[in-house]
Design a protein around this ligand. Sequence first.
Ligand code: NAD
Length: 503
Amino acid sequence: MTQTATLTTIKHFINGAESAGTGGATQPVYNPATGAVSAQLNLASRQDLDTAVAAAKAAAEIWGDYSLAKRTTVLFKFRELVASHVDELAALVTAEHGKVLSDAAGEIGRGLEVIEFACGINQLLKGAYSGQASTGIDVFSFRQPVGVVAGITPFNFPVMVPLWMCPIAIAAGNAFILKPSERDPSAPTLLAKLWTEAGLPDGVFQVLHGGKDTVDGLLTHPDVDAISFVGSTPIAKYVHETATAHGKRVQALGGVKNHAIILPDADMDNAADHLSAAAFGSAGERCMAISVAVAVGDAADTLLGKVRERAVAIKVAEGTEPDADMGPVITAASKARVLKIVGEAADAGATLVVDGRDFTVPGKEDGYWVGPTLLDGVSADMTAYTEEIFGPVLAVMRVETVEEGIALINANPYGNGTAIFTSSGANARKFQRGVHVGMIGINVPVPVPVAYHSFGGWKNSLFGDKHIYGEEGVAFYTRAKVVTSRWPEPQHVSDASYNFPSN
Ligand code: NAD
């Protein structure tokens, strides 16, 4: 018997039920801590995609007409179900992503915030009314669902990123098809079962597994109306261009290179604690991870020593270990990429203050381990700066002034998140106004906005106009209607005119 015969198969969720699909193609899913295949993933055929889109289109017609009261009843129930399945979801995330269990639970917590926000959809869709805008004329505006939304999500937050999208899209009356990352598909698939248990009609939330073919099918399908994408910059750009060319509205969040500026007046212990957690937590695979520390003036030497102390004390282990601080990276290819970039930095003259390249966990040598790595003396021409590393690597750069630090950030093609550590309000204000970045932390290293604000970057970190979740999310998943109405008295004298009407 082959090993794959004993493995579980992760299925699609189409029109209210699990489905193996029609094509028969599968691909392996790995446990990054051991390198072992943990499951086989069904890959959608074109027929599966057409079936899901047809079910979504039919479901959107019905669901979009549900009263707000009925929709929010489902949302509240879904919130309770996700909250009562945090441990189960987190275990699935850890098994396929590798992050530590507490971190996996944390991402589900941030996803829950978006569900809670979406529970208030009746307030968010209230619209506006102008009585007697002109004589005898009232004008009112309201928003309606766009129809069928597809969400294409990355591996690094397999629950949180889908929950950035689907609660709001569904609360607003759309049907939603999720195409999760093929690296860690189990937890997002469980969300489908929870939606169904919450009372969501069949076809309103579906999960299709696959890679480029499935994505391309969604981007070009005439019955898909909107695309929410989160992933790397080249794919985000491609998704944006392809889907807009096919007449869809698109928000495509891309890759990142997040800098933190540390001023000499910062509380250095606090800055070192936060920098270390922000750079190495989740093995640096967070879209808001800090990967570049920009030390101003003489901040660098104090800071380096303190971050070094923290980096070497990090417990790297399988995410299920109770005392683990950090797990493996996602794939063998990801590990190879990180090691290559670190090697190139060393060759180009950077100092390896902490070198995590030879790290392994005894007994789990086939896992994709990279230890925390601290590079000093990184310059803007090194690949450690020009590439998105997406691993547990913190590059330290040195500048003389806060203005020089802001200029460095603004010259970088990415603009997702950034932070400043300082005790100077004037410098913090200069920074918050001057940086060309979407999300800014002041003495906060990972400034992921709360759900009632919106999340999004600038430059190569976002293609499209709307940030994700919050009120921008509501706007993205709805279309505006404005009604200009007149109810004349029976005996009125017509005021129709060949001139442009004004009153
Ligand atoms: P990825 O771009 O490789 O994959 C994202 C999604 O696109 C997946 O569902 C994948 O199946 C699909 N995909 C991959 N290649 C494709 C192709 N050629 N054509 C069409 N679809 C394709 O990203 P990833 O490795 O899963 O995730 C990590 C990346 O996501 C990093 O670059 C990270 O910065 C980024 N990210 C950004 C944010 C943000 O908020 N800006 C949030 C999370 C992750």
